[in-house]
Design a protein around this ligand. Structure first.
Ligand SMILES: [Fe+2]
Length: 168
């Protein structure tokens, strides 16, 4: 007996490569957050060390959800670490920084850029009627926007000048 595919072919062909592109960026961002969590220095080390850990936890769930959605659609999620660095959604990180404010600013940029990618995918999937993938994007969009907000508030608190200059 032949079991049918779960979703229409058009949906599978459209959504899988786009989710894989997102997955690469999510895995890249998770690795980057590990660096922030370990290497951040300065007077605000401890709250940031903990905050970065929380953000990584979200990414871990997200990576699993996106990978499982790809499998549900009959695709193969990227898994090879050599592919993660090929992501093209996020800007290149600055390896020279480790101070709390600089690292938080970079994390903020990454989060805001990642949220942009989720917003675009959410719109795109919605327009095509791919509602389950749309819903997944919206769920994580909310989380990344909230995380960007926390990082932004941290910057405002410790450096009102940076906030006024760069974030308004
Ligand atoms: Fe840790």
């Amino acid at each position: 007996m032949h079991l049918r595919e779960i979703a229409p072919q058009q949906e599978r062909e459209y959504v899988v490569p786009r989710l894989n592109q997102l997955l690469k960026a999510a895995l890249f961002l998770e690795d980057l957050y590990k660096r922030y969590h370990w290497q951040v220095t300065g007077p605000h080390f401890l709250p940031l060390h903990e905050l970065f850990d929380e953000h990584m936890e979200t990414l871990e769930h997200e990576i699993d959800d996106v990978g499982e959605r790809i499998r549900t659609l009959g695709g193969t999620p990227v898994w090879n670490p050599s592919e993660f660095s090929e992501q093209d959604l996020l800007p290149a990180p600055d390896e020279s920084i480790d101070r709390d404010l600089a690292v938080t600013r970079e994390a903020f940029e990454m989060q805001a850029t990642y949220a942009d990618a989720l917003r675009e995918l959410a719109t795109d999937f919605d327009e095509h009627g791919f509602f389950a993938a749309h819903d997944l994007m919206v769920e994580y969009l909310r989380q990344h926007e909230q995380q960007a907000w926390f990082l932004r508030e941290f910057i405002r608190k410790v450096s009102p000048e940076t906030y006024a200059e760069n974030l308004n």
